[in-house]
Ligand binder design. Structure first.
Ligand SMILES: N[C@@H](CCC(=O)N[C@@H](CS)C(=O)NCC(=O)O)C(=O)O
Length: 210
């Protein structure tokens, strides 16, 4: 049984989607970051960097923050959604780290400067939007070579997909990236993804491209 501390954001949804895919029993505890609940003392004991997501594994008392680490932990625990053969395993880690170090931080800045604070800094908006477009190009190229990021469906896809689901916030037209569009729509159709997206609560339907 996993306690998941989360909110309705891409980083939170990565883990709820993964838990749904693995069919693992879990309880989602909302941490409303709009109300600064991530700074409460009880949450900081689990997540010292004061960010969601975080988990507690009731089986062994293990606490973990950082979505990439949590995903690797859960995939290992279930022995699923990370490829078994060495080359594909490392391909999966490679694309997971690409998401953690590139897509997450850069798309996050796009949300900040393009959606929520439009007009405050033209320089920042352009810088992060251009970088996001470059990353969309890299993703499109990879998904032109392989059906999924590591060849087979894995935690690398589950980590990246919720960030792409904010394409409207990013002013990105998925029709400009046909391989990404194919991959996005395909993953959106999975029941586990639909369930995990609406944790810890429903906000909106999964956005779909035109
Ligand atoms: N690298 C972290 C990033 C987590 C993160 O940025 N979480 C955001 C929500 S998506 C958050 O909790 N923000 C609250 C804050 O910064 O105070 C991870 O992947 O888990």
């Amino acid at each position: 049984m996993i306690d998941l501390y989360t909110w309705t954001t891409p980083n939170g949804r990565k883990v709820s989607i993964l838990l749904e895919e693995l069919g693992m029993e879990y309880e989602a505890h909302p941490i409303n970051i709009g109300r600064d609940e991530q700074f409460s003392e009880s949450f900081l004991r689990i997540s010292p960097n004061n960010k969601i997501p975080a988990i507690v594994d009731r089986d062994n008392g293990m606490t973990l923050m950082e979505s990439g680490a949590i995903m690797m932990y859960l995939a290992k625990k279930a022995d699923r959604l990370m490829p078994a053969d060495d080359a594909s395993y490392w391909r999966c880690v490679e694309w997971l780290m690409w998401q953690m170090g590139g897509v997450g931080p850069m798309f996050g800045q796009v949300h900040h400067f393009v959606k929520y604070n439009a007009g405050k800094s033209e320089y920042a908006a352009l810088r992060y939007l251009n970088e996001a477009k470059r990353l969309y190009g890299v993703l499109d190229q990879r998904l032109g070579e392989a059906e999924y990021l590591a060849g087979e469906y894995s935690i690398a896809d589950i980590a990246t997909w919720p960030w792409v689901s904010r394409f409207e916030w990013q002013t990105i037209d998925l029709n400009d990236y046909s391989n990404v569009r194919r991959w996005y729509v395909d993953i959106a159709a999975r029941d586990a993804v639909q369930r995990g997206y609406h944790q810890p609560q429903y906000v909106n339907d999964v956005p779909m491209p035109d």
